[in-house]
Each structure stands twice: as structure tokens, then as C-alpha cells.
Design a binder for this molecule. Structure first.
Ligand code: KIV
Ligand code: NA
Length: 278
């Protein structure tokens, strides 16, 4: 498989070939993205909830993102590798944004960063891209602002909100974003933004079938745990059931002493050696 670059993503968009993006949080999940043909691996800040057990993405730090991104990068080589800039790491100043983005690239080995927000962060996106940090934008539902918006809600359902998202998408593309996540918006709006953008592929999550690509959170998609399932999630696996089956069988086998089997899962000692030893 050939290395996926920004140029590859633009070609896929132009040829109308859907782009498959998936999150990864550690070496094995990165490795799975590599092996099974994912186009873009995203070290999402959803890491906070699904991997680290925080109650919100706003808890995660730069150090944690860097640490996990680096692990993912060891497994995911061919897909394009993007890391989320965590909450608070790109709003205090454009210098802070550049410094933190560079950490994700230099220490975390990410190839690009993703930032949540609309037209109000266009200057940050512009600054990052002018110093050579490729930026993926993220509009619509912004999980980092869930407290501000009193929960995780579909965005762009009324004309005014839809217009704000469209204007943001256009402004962010003009500011230099090479691609854009559209989260939890009506599918007609997802299709319209995708048509209106000039070159940036749109990657939808709850934005309908007409975006240039789709993204899901690893754990949601594979059902590795039993948290809340958003309407836009489809389960493509039932890893939790498999884990339950494996762990309970293991405990049962230990308790009834059927594991380990001395023949198949143990080591022999020559009889003479045993006699000498005794
Ligand atoms: O953090 C994340 O996993 C994301 C994707 C859902 C787009 O931002
Ligand atoms: Na995110």
C-alpha cells in the first residue's frame, strides 16, 4: 500500500472515492489501521473518555496526547496520521497554538493536527498552515465545548445555525485547512458544504452519506465498551461480548484448574533430573 498524503486525499475526493478515517489510541489500534487499509488515522481527544476514563475530552493534556500519538505512530505508517489539539492548547495565543502543534508533530510524530471551531479560529488555522503545520478543521458539533452548549447536540438544524456552519467551513478552507470534519449536522447540510468547498475533503461523523469520507471512534464502531451510543454510530463489531466471553472463560478455567493443561501448556523435566533434584 502506498503512503497516504494530502495529495492522495485530494485525489480520492476528486475521483469521488470515499475516504475511511478511524481513531486510534495506542500501538495495536494504530497497527490495525495500518493493516486493514484505513486512509486516515486520527488520534482523537476522544482518547480522554474511551481510553483514559475521563468524563470529558476537556480533561486531556498535551502530554497525554503526545504520549498516545507517539504510540499510534509506531503502528500506523501508511495512513495519514492526524492528532487532535486538546482543549486549551490552541486558544491562548497563536504562538501557543504553533508551539503545541509542533509538539504533536515533533514528539508525537503526527503529520497534521485537528482543531475544533468555526470562523473565530480561522486566524489560528492560517498561522499554523503558514508555518507548515497541516490543519484539519472540525465544525458542527464541537465536543470540546459541550459544557458551553449544555450537552452534545445536533448542530445546523435551523437556517441561522446552518449558515454559521457553512460560513465557518468556507472561512476555514480559505485559511488553509486541508480537510474538514463535519460532526452531527443534517445530511443535506453535509452534502451542501461538501459541494461548496473548493478542494478540502469533508469527513463526516453524523453528517450523512454525501461527505467525501466518514470517521468513527474506534470503540463506538467496534463496541468495545457499553457507553452511550450516539444515533450516528453504527456498530461494526461486538468486541465487548468477545472480551466478556474470553475473560469469564479464563477465570472459570483457573478456578476449576483446567488451565493450564500440563500436557499442552506446561514444560517437562527429564525424570532423572527430577530424581536428582528430589
Ligand atoms: O476525538 C475524536 O475522536 C474526534 C472524531 C470523532 C472526529 O474528533
Ligand atoms: Na476530537
Amino acid at each position: 500500500r502506498k503512503k497516504v498524503t494530502i495529495q492522495t486525499l485530494q485525489r480520492l475526493r476528486n475521483e469521488n472515492v470515499p475516504i475511511a478515517m478511524l481513531t486510534a489510541y495506542d500501538f495495536p489500534t494504530g497497527r490495525a489501521c495500518e493493516t486493514h487499509g484505513v486512509d486516515i488515522t486520527l488520534v482523537g481527544d476522544s482518547l480522554a473518555q474511551v481510553c483514559l476514563g475521563y468524563d470529558s475530552t476537556t480533561r486531556i493534556t498535551m502530554d497525554e496526547m503526545v504520549h498516545h500519538c507517539r504510540a499510534v505512530s509506531r503502528g500506523s505508517k501508511t495512513p495519514f496520521l492526524i492528532a487532535d489539539m486538546p482543549f486549551g492548547s490552541y486558544h491562548t495565543s497563536t504562538d501557543d497554538a504553533v508551539r503545541n502543534a509542533l509538539r504533536l508533530m515533533q514528539e508525537g510524530h503526527a503529520e497534521a493536527v485537528k482543531v475544533e471551531g468555526g470562523i473565530e479560529i480561522a486566524d489560528i488555522v492560517h498561522r499554523l498552515t503558514t508555518v507548515g503545520v497541516p490543519v484539519m478543521a472540525h465544525v458542527g458539533l464541537l465536543p470540546q465545548r459541550h459544557v458551553m452548549s449544555s450537552g452534545y447536540k445536533v448542530q445546523g438544524k435551523d437556517a441561522r445555525s446552518a449558515m454559521h456552519i457553512l460560513e465557518s467551513a468556507i472561512a476555514l478552507e480559505q485559511a488553509g485547512a486541508f480537510a474538514m470534519v463535519l460532526e452531527a449536522i443534517p445530511h443535506a447540510l453535509g452534502r451542501y458544504i461538501t459541494q461548496r468547498l473548493r478542494y478540502a475533503p469533508t469527513i463526516g461523523i453524523g453528517a450523512g452519506p454525501d461527505t467525501d469520507g466518514q470517521v468513527l471512534v474506534w470503540d463506538d464502531m467496534l463496541g468495545t465498551w457499553s457507553g452511550h451510543k450516539a444515533k450516528f454510530v453504527r456498530r461494526f463489531g461486538d468486541v465487548r461480548a468477545e472480551i466478556e466471553r474470553g475473560v469469564t472463560s479464563y477465570i472459570h478455567a483457573v478456578q476449576e484448574r483446567s488451565f493450564p493443561d500440563p500436557e499442552k501448556e506446561g514444560y517437562d523435566m527429564p525424570v532423572e533430573e527430577w530424581q536428582t533434584f528430589m
